[in-house]
Design a binder for this molecule. Structure first.
Ligand code: G1P
Length: 293
């Protein structure tokens, strides 16, 4: 089947990205007691740098980072003055960084609402600050998600990962409707459902493209799961208003590393260390030897 285009709104390609990075990181204590989880190293770079590079590769060069009192090091790391002895030169030549704060932890939708002035009535991308998306060498996943938004003239497009069924309780979960390849229209979405409530095992994978109307839905969203204002609930309101919301599933060879818990963080560090251009081969031998013991 084909999806019917919404002829009322001419498509505009998003040119801005927002990284909410104001989460407290309690699932990663004690590592996050005095440092931002977005500054945890994965391979040679902190998580935030992996995400900024992903955004840059998708052709976006204006990035707003939503921080809080404990996240000053993010700004320091991305500061252009440091680049002559780091690998940040390329990033800073092209990218303009903006910062704003979410002082109270009131939920992801509340954090995203702080981007309204920056977004200035244009479509925009949201990349959660605790997930790295690994693309295939020639295919940037974020760019594919933007294409999904454009081609379907969507109001929102969201990246999804198929997770083990027991894990649905940790994520936003979609009820898919019509599927076409890896793209599907979304009938409903629910934040951290119980195993009985979960409509599928398709979990929101930390990347979204929104049209600016999302801010109106956020204003109407009441506190939900964990008494926080959840972006999943704002998207649910948009669906009730018959907005066009599409999902894109990660393909084979693409992966999401959720840096929000130790199991996934260890996996990410291990994988990126094995892929290190200089030390990867040596480290692989070391890992093999360790496992033989
Ligand atoms: C947030 C979102 C959730 C999404 C997840 C992806 O949850 O609320 O819908 O699936 O990120 O990482 P959090 O990890 O902040 O609890």
């Amino acid at each position: 089947m084909t999806f019917e285009p919404n002829i009322h709104r001419p498509p505009k390609r998003p040119q801005k990205a927002v990284i909410p990075a104001a989460g407290s990181g309690t699932r990663l204590l004690p590592a996050t007691k005095s440092q931002a989880k977005e500054m945890l190293l994965v391979g040679r770079k902190p998580v935030i740098q992996h995400i900024v590079e992903e955004i840059q590769e998708a052709g976006i060069n204006k990035i707003l980072i939503i921080t809080n009192q404990k996240k000053r090091t993010l700004e320091d790391h991305l500061d252009p003055h440091l680049t002559h002895f780091s690998q940040l030169q390329d990033i800073n030549d092209e990218i303009e960084f903006f910062y704003t704060r979410q002082s109270q932890p009131k939920g992801l939708a509340d954090a995203i609402s702080k981007a309204e002035t920056f977004v200035n009535n244009e479509p925009f991308v949201v990349c959660l600050g605790d997930s790295i998306i690994q693309s295939k060498p020639t295919n940037n996943v974020l760019e594919n998600l933007i294409d999904t938004y454009m081609i379907n003239q969507a109001n929102v497009s969201i990246l999804f990962e198929e997770v083990e069924f027991e894990s649905v309780v940790k994520y936003g979960i979609a009820a898919p409707e019509f599927e076409q390849g890896r793209t599907f229209s979304i009938a409903d979405i629910v934040e951290k459902p119980s195993l009985e409530e979960a409509p599928s095992n398709l979990a929101v994978a930390a990347r979204y493209v929104f049209s600016p109307e999302i801010f109106d839905y956020i204003r109407q969203t009441k506190p939900g799961r964990n008494n926080e204002i959840q972006i999943t609930d704002s998207i649910h309101l948009a669906l009730q208003n018959r907005d066009r919301i599409f999902g894109l599933k990660l393909d084979h060879g693409e992966k999401r590393f959720d840096i929000g818990n130790y199991r996934a963080y260890f996996e990410a560090f291990f994988r990126f260390s094995l892929a290190d251009p200089e030390l990867g081969a040596e480290f692989r031998e070391y890992a093999k030897k360790m496992l033989e013991l």
